[in-house]
Ligand binder design. Structure first.
Ligand SMILES: C[S@@+](CC[C@H](N)C(=O)[O-])C[C@H]1O[C@@H](n2cnc3c(N)ncnc32)[C@H](O)[C@@H]1O
Length: 473
């Protein structure tokens, strides 16, 4: 971070502006809006400055700048068209440790003015640190259109009630939930239609009738890893929850999007690593919800596809805990698309079977004959450890040795790897390329389209297409 964004209280604080022309005028307007006690030093002044002086909004000093004029000021802005004079102001101010901004010369700025979206008391400041002003302008335009004007009155109204809310609701979580309800209530639509008094009465009534809110569990699919594959609903739940209970498949960039003050609890399951027992996770969800927390159970992919989402919900049922399920993009769909593999294709596959490489609870084998049918795509989750067995069983059940296969490691993430070959090479490919979890196995004729349909997903680094073993040797 090159600049630390801070919001400074300039109200009635002395600020010196050096320059009396049009550039200085622009800065003066912003400073006056912030309530600064503004002195302007210049030899000549634009007419607005003179007007402002008559209205006692600024103090004009008709003189040449000299370092003594800096005394007692919190900030100084050099806004003249004379580079030498600006340099002198900058040097004198930094020598006295006074924050200085030199208009149009970032090298002489100890602070910079951001682009502002003003919905006072809500303020949004945007800056690219001087690197991309056009991008900042476009961003600002976008935000201006999506941020409603009633945001300001809404913030002012809840600000007026803040003390009352604090007196009535003693713990932080309760207050936060109360405000969440207010922001989803009629109070907002009343302000939208400029009925400020009615909005205040409604808020008052909500506070009077407030009951502590019940805990709730959102079982949310976070998709295979790329944060842009999150659904809007998933994001809303992540932002609302007091606690995020997540597993190891949830990528770091996704965790960065949760509410800042939410508690994060990892209950990760990883093959071969110590993991939290499922019963413990179930109990944790129950305990948190009974304590009145909003819990986001964040899972990789989709919660109902090899995600044990149903088991966790079953644990909530006896306690009558409210829950919601938010589907996510499952690894098969997301990783195959990012690798350039269509799971069905009219010429190559009319069905898809999604299976796990782990045995069933009773150790029973799957129906290998059904999995070996031609013109079908087989997607195997958690299949790395059993890949030799899978390969052998499929071949024995009649799947052709030449059937194309792909191994998709870390699908949709920047470190995604795609390794292709044939069914006869499957286990060897995995060991040769040292494939690590998470990885998916895709088996079927559709894999032959991969070279043609591969694209560089929304990644910083491109997908690596490893050579099949036959070509490596
Ligand atoms: C416990 S399952 C969870 C599946 C998840 N619920 C879903 O719908 O994708 C974990 C397995 O999903 C697969 N997987 C999940 N994310 C993946 C990714 N980004 N790349 C490759 N495989 C992934 C791997 O086979 C991994 O071992």
């Amino acid at each position: 971070m090159q600049y630390l964004p801070i919001f400074a209280d300039l109200n009635a604080k002395s600020v010196l502006l050096v320059g009396g022309g049009h550039v200085a005028l622009r800065k003066a307007r912003t400073l006056l809006q912030a309530g600064a006690a503004l002195s302007v030093v210049a030899k000549e002044f634009a007419p607005e400055f003179v007007q402002w002086q008559q209205q006692q909004q600024v103090k004009l000093i008709g003189a040449e700048f000299s370092p003594e004029l800096l005394a007692g000021h919190w900030l100084v802005i050099a806004a003249t068209d004379d580079d030498d004079l600006n340099a002198l102001v900058h040097q004198a101010a930094t020598a006295q440790q006074i924050w200085v901004n030199t208009v149009d010369d970032q090298s002489k700025c100890e602070f910079i003015f951001p682009s502002i979206i003003d919905r006072s008391p809500i303020l949004i400041a945007i800056s690219s640190g001087g690197k991309a002003p056009v991008l900042v302008r476009r961003l600002r335009e976008k935000l201006e259109t999506i941020l409603p004007q009633h945001l300001g009155p809404l913030a002012s109204l809840v600000g007026k009630f803040r003390r009352k809310v604090q007196e009535k609701l003693h713990n932080f979580a309760e207050r936060r939930q109360f405000y969440e309800r207010v922001f989803n209530s009629e109070v907002v639509s009343l302000l939208q239609t400029e009925q400020a008094d009615a909005a205040a009465s409604k808020l008052e009534a909500m506070l009077e009738g407030h009951e502590p809110s019940q805990g709730e569990v959102f079982v949310v699919g976070a998709g295979p890893g790329d944060p842009e594959l999150l659904t809007l609903k998933a994001l809303q739940c992540m932002q609302q929850a007091d606690v995020i209970v997540y597993d190891y498949l949830v990528s770091e960039p996704i965790l960065a999007l949760v509410r800042r003050d939410a508690e994060l609890i990892c209950v990760g399951k990883k093959a071969g690593a110590h993991s939290v027992q499922q019963e413990h996770t179930n109990q944790l969800l129950v305990d948190l919800a009974l304590a009145g927390k909003k819990v986001c159970r964040l899972k990789g992919g989709d919660p109902f596809i090899f995600g044990r989402g149903a088991e966790e919900i079953e644990a909530l049922l006896p306690h009558a805990i409210k829950f919601q399920v938010v589907p996510g993009i499952t690894a098969a769909a997301g990783c195959a698309a990012y690798a350039g593999i269509p799971l069905t294709h009219r010429d190559h596959a009319q069905t898809v079977q999604i299976v796990t490489g782990h045995c069933q609870k009773d150790g029973k084998e799957p129906d290998w004959h059904s999995l070996s049918r031609p013109q079908q795509t087989l997607v195997i989750y958690m299949g790395l450890m059993k890949s030799a067995h899978i390969q052998q069983q499929l071949l024995q059940a009649g799947r052709a040795a030449s059937t194309p296969v792909a191994i998709l490691e870390n699908g949709t993430r920047p470190e995604q790897r795609v390794v292709t070959g044939t069914l006869a090479e499957l286990a060897e490919l995995i060991s040769q390329h040292q494939i690590q979890s998470p990885a998916l196995l895709v088996i079927g004729e559709v894999v032959s389209l991969q070279q043609q349909l591969a694209w560089y997903g929304a990644h910083s680094s491109p997908t690596v297409f490893a050579q099949p073993i036959a070509q490596l040797n």
